[in-house]
Write a protein of this length. Sequence first.
Length: 143
Amino acid sequence: GYGCTTCIGNAGDLAPEINEAITGSDLVCAAVLSGNRNFEARIHPNIKANFLASPPLVVAYAIAGTVLRDLMTEPVGKGRGGRDVYLGDIWPSSDEIHQLMKHAMNGKAFRENYGLVKTDPGALWGKIQGVSGDTYNWPASTY
């Protein structure tokens, strides 16, 4: 999934063969999320270990593809030409964050940019199909 779906743990079901491998081998599988609840089965009934992290760290672990890697000392993945890419290579510096925060904390700019969702949402936003009415058409819950 994209956006908040992944971070808060609403990623949906696993492929049947993955579910079978987990239950058949009694595996302890893990997820990394930035939501505020990390109890067993938060992500999926077969995911027993859930770790809380900041959204950028959730993405870094997703790129790494495993929680068994120490992202402080081991590469997140491979870059162009097979070069190791470390967390420090992709993590924003404090200066970069502060430069962006002045825009993020500007109420007028936020309202103007957010207002574009209604007046000029863009092609991707326009392709989203939804339901009409006051509530979302939720699927049957497993909880």
